[in-house]
Design a protein around this ligand. Sequence first.
Ligand SMILES: [Zn+2]
Length: 413
Amino acid sequence: MFFSNSPLSLARFSTSTAKSCFLQLGRGIADDVDLMTWLHHRIWPYESTMTEEDSYISTLLCGIELIHSGVTCFAEAGGQHVSGMARAVELLGLRACLTESIMDSGEGLPSSWGMRTTDDCIESQKMLYEKHHNTADGRIRIWLGIRQVMNSTDRLLLETRDAARELKTGIHMHVAEIPYENQVVIDTRKVDHGTVTFLDKIDFLRDNLLAAHTVWVNDTEIGFLSRAGVKVSHCPASAMRMLGFARIREMLNAGISVSLGTDGAPSNNRMSIVDEMYLASLINKGREVYAMGTTDPTALPAETVLKMMTINGAKSVLWDNEIGSLEVGKKADMVVVNPVSWCMVPVHDCISNLVYCMRTENVVSVICNGQWIMKDKKILNVDEEEVISLAIQASSKLLRRAGIKIPSRMNVL
Ligand SMILES: [Zn+2]
């Protein structure tokens, strides 16, 4: 990231993790509803109805928003139609670790989906790896996915672990999102705490695991994650809306590489990593009231948050040998920020200004893999207006096909 029009120059990369780019057309379809309605009546019907073209358009729209906030690399947490996502990422000029949504068990899934066998799940991901890994000038990598523990057999978990080792790639999995998940694991997997305890017991935890959210963990489990070198993606807005206060300070203190993510549009609505930096800082300072009995403004200082967005993001996607910091020999992924605006001046401390003052609108240009992908706020490789109109059409058709009706709350003129 560079400050332009200013003698202060700060060189950093911008990476972030844990999105769901295929969910962008579902922005606003599940606001202010309970978690079961969210999943069973909005998200699963949306996902099980979408086409590859929908996934492509969704990823284009998501990518445009990401680039505007200075993101050069993202990790998809596991979605539908990876080939559609890959086509969009290649065109946009972004970098991404793409993952298929993988489930081989679970209750209440849409009947149209049909249950996939464990073998199907592994096979399909190996085919995607074969087809897309290291494509788009090396900007696309294929990861393996585990949607979450309640939708996975033990065999799927272990075979995924082994396949990832064989392919030398990572695993992206939602971990310990809600207390209910931990309770189901205690009841069905016969462990005394929850998902992380169970994953440790079956020897699943490895340093190529990116654990999304990871909110409901105890001290022992933080120890397990730290010892195994597991990376954690903290998505502050989504956590506040759906999951709870993650123990970020404790995880960072235990040496865990924690990065920042936006989560998908139906869980957050805003795909701006700039907003997430600000939120991460505030939420984790405020959380100290509950953890320590008093606020602590020194918790998660600006430099920590900036590291979470940059080098920790790169470590989370196992790419820190090439991205995550400006160094000789690394890829040219750069963001230009114009701080001369009403929301950023005066700049006395550029790192704190980046975290506490910067808005998405201050990001003016982005380079990924040595190529400009946004210049003077203009997205270069796709026509932004055209994508917006395609997205509006595709989303309303998709909702109609899926039978998703959003109740109207009040008359809006
Ligand atoms: Zn998520």
